[in-house]
Each structure stands twice: as structure tokens, then as C-alpha cells.
Design a protein around this ligand. Structure first.
Ligand SMILES: Nc1ncnc2c1ncn2[C@@H]1O[C@H](COP(=O)(O)OP(=O)(O)OP(=O)(O)O)[C@@H](O)[C@H]1O
Length: 303
């Protein structure tokens, strides 16, 4: 059923599709074990109408560029809102656009007004804060009142909202820990434990420059889960290449030598082991397009 007159605050514009979310996370997101382990159950609980939420769901994604933080946020938006990221109930904030050029007090006030205005029209809202590492210190204190355990604020209930913070904060220690555990014998990512990453993320968030620095969201334990996005290995990058190539050309004709050729454009770290992609699955589009173009001109015959 299609919404004819724009979106409504309820079905069909807002409908949680657990199966779709589970399937998409399983089939489309590579190398991120904590998505299945943490994100899915927390979203299930939050969206379950049988339980009353005591507070908004607050998640913080941390990791290397291109490891899937925005991608997963988009998949989540699509599983709840019919129009996904284009929904009027989904809000993506970026520091350069929304948190610069004005004194912090004004930016905080505007942010609060925006949240209150939207929650007044509908309680189910998704607020995504991208690049928290580039946000000025102190701004995020503005949202504390909305995600606290006492979610009523001016008569409004914020407990049905979801807040997601995306950042590169703690990516170096996350990558380092992943490598250490790999060297110690934990080669399978599904064997990694969240506790192995949790304290380093919290510590770095609180101390590193950016939106979380000295922030009460951290000290008041208001963030429900800090989700580490691990650096991606060669096999994950190969999977990304296949998905992106399929998006360009259905049943794309990528052969193993063509994939090897694309992989040559990817920078791997650390220098000696070359285990992890420095930029995750970012920057793959151009080499993939070039290879597909060469193929279409039959220039890959020699491979
Ligand atoms: N783990 C992953 N599994 C599958 N595809 C991925 C994954 N990570 C990244 N991608 C692909 O790479 C693209 C870029 O990733 P994304 O924008 O999510 O990175 P990010 O972690 O948000 O990076 P940044 O920190 O620079 O914002 C995605 O749109 C997706 O196509």
C-alpha cells in the first residue's frame, strides 16, 4: 500500500520490518559481528510495542572510514521508515552544515528546537549525528534532556526516538585491539567479545577532541551501546566489490583477475601484514567502473 498524501505518523509510513533488517544486516554488511549481536536485539526491544520504553534508544558507532557506519544507519532507517533516509522522520546532522558558524549556545538552542518541533508532530523519530569527531565540544549536551531516563520534557515523550552517533573516535585503538586479538589467535570475528572494545571506546570518546569530549552523555551512561566497527579484511573488501559491481551492472561479469586488479587500488595496513583496508569499502567505485568499462570494451580479454 502506497502513501498517497505524504507520510503519516504511523503505518504504513512507519512500520518496523525486523525480518528485513536481520536479512539486510546478514547479507549486505560484511565483517561487523557486533551489528548482529548488539544492534538487532536493541532495536527489536525498542520497537516492540508490548514494552514501554523508559528512554530513547541511543547508539554510538565507532570505526575506520568506510567500515559501514553510515551504511548500517541507512539500513536501519529503511527497516523502520517506508521512505528510509528520505523520510521526514529521519534527520541527518553534519558538523559542517549544522554545527558551525554560530556561537555554541545558539547551535544548541536550534538543535533542541528542531528535536522538540519534530517530536511534537510524531514521537517516532530517528536522529543521526554524523562525524561526531568533528563536532564542537559541548553541543551534544543539548540532547541530554531528551535521552535521559525522564523523557518527558515540556509534556512531550521522547522515549520512542532513536539517536545514533557516528564517528571515527577510537578507531586507532579499535583497529589495534582487533589486530592484537587476531595475532593472539582469534581469527574468527564472531568470536570477538564486545567487552574487548567497550572500555577503550568510552575512554577515547570522553578524552578525544570532538562532540563527546567531557560530555555528560558518557558520564551519565545514557548511551545504550558503543558499537565498534572493525577494520575490514581482504575478503570483506572483495565482497563489497561484488556488491558494488552488481549495482552498476546486474550479474556483473567480474572475474577473479578483475577483482585482483581492483584490489591493487586498495591500501592495506599495517604495512608488514597488509591485513586491513585503510579506508574500508570506500573509494572502490572508480576502480570498479574502470574495470567494467574496460570489460565492456573487451580490454580485459588478456585476463
Ligand atoms: N561493512 C560493510 N559491509 C558492506 N559494505 C560496506 C561496509 N562498509 C562500507 N561499505 C560500503 O562502503 C560504503 C561507504 O561506507 P560508509 O559510508 O558506511 O562508511 P562510514 O563508516 O560511515 O565512513 P566515514 O567514517 O568516512 O563516514 C557504503 O555505502 C557501502 O557500500
Amino acid at each position: 500500500m502506497k502513501t498517497v498524501f505524504g507520510e503519516v505518523c504511523g503505518y504504513p509510513s512507519i512500520r518496523y520490518d525486523h525480518d528485513g533488517l536481520e536479512r539486510n544486516l546478514q547479507q549486505k554488511v560484511f565483517g561487523q559481528p557486533f551489528i548482529q549481536k548488539l544492534l538487532l536485539p536493541l532495536v527489536d526491544l525498542h520497537m516492540d510495542e508490548r514494552y514501554e520504553n523508559r528512554k530513547a534508544l541511543v547508539l554510538s558507532f565507532h570505526g575506520t572510514p568506510g567500515s559501514g557506519k553510515n551504511y548500517v544507519a541507512k539500513i536501519l532507517a529503511e527497516s523502520i521508515f517506508e521512505k528510509g533516509m528520505d523520510s521526514k522522520f529521519v534527520h541527518l546532522f553534519k558538523p559542517i552544515l549544522h554545527f558551525s558558524g554560530q556561537p555554541p549556545e545558539i547551535l544548541k538552542f536550534r538543535l533542541q528546537q528542531w528535536i522538540v518541533g519534530n517530536v511534537t508532530s510524531c514521537q517516532r523519530q530517528l536522529f543521526i549525528f554524523d562525524e561526531v569527531n568533528d563536532m564542537p565540544e559541548g553541543i551534544l549536551e543539548a540532547v541530554k534532556g531528551f535521552i535521559d531516563y525522564n523523557p518527558r520534557f515540556g509534556g512531550l515523550d521522547f522515549s520512542k526516538c532513536i539517536f545514533i552517533f557516528l564517528s571515527n573516535i577510537a578507531m586507532i585503538p579499535i583497529n589495534q585491539r582487533t589486530l592484537e586479538l587476531w595475532q593472539d589467535g582469534t581469527k574468527r570475528r564472531d568470536k570477538l567479545r564486545h567487552e574487548d572494545f567497550m572500555s577503550i571506546i568510552i575512554e577515547h570518546s570522553f578524552n578525544e577532541d570532538g562532540g563527546f569530549k567531557k560530555c555528560k552523555l558518557i558520564t551519565s551512561r545514557l548511551i545504550d551501546a558503543f558499537i565498534p566497527f572493525l577494520p575490514l579484511e581482504r575478503s570483506h573488501i572483495e565482497s563489497c566489490i561484488k556488491v558494488i559491481a552488481d549495482d552498476y551492472a546486474m550479474n556483473s561479469p567480474l572475474t577473479p583477475p578483475m577483482i585482483d586488479y581492483i584490489m591493487e587500488s586498495v591500501e592495506f595496513t599495517p604495512k608488514d601484514l597488509r591485513l586491513y583496508s585503510a579506508h574500508g569499502c570506500k573509494n572502490l567505485d572508480t576502480p570498479i567502473k574502470l574495470v567494467l568499462m574496460r570489460y565492456s570494451r573487451q580490454m580485459f580479454d588478456e585476463l
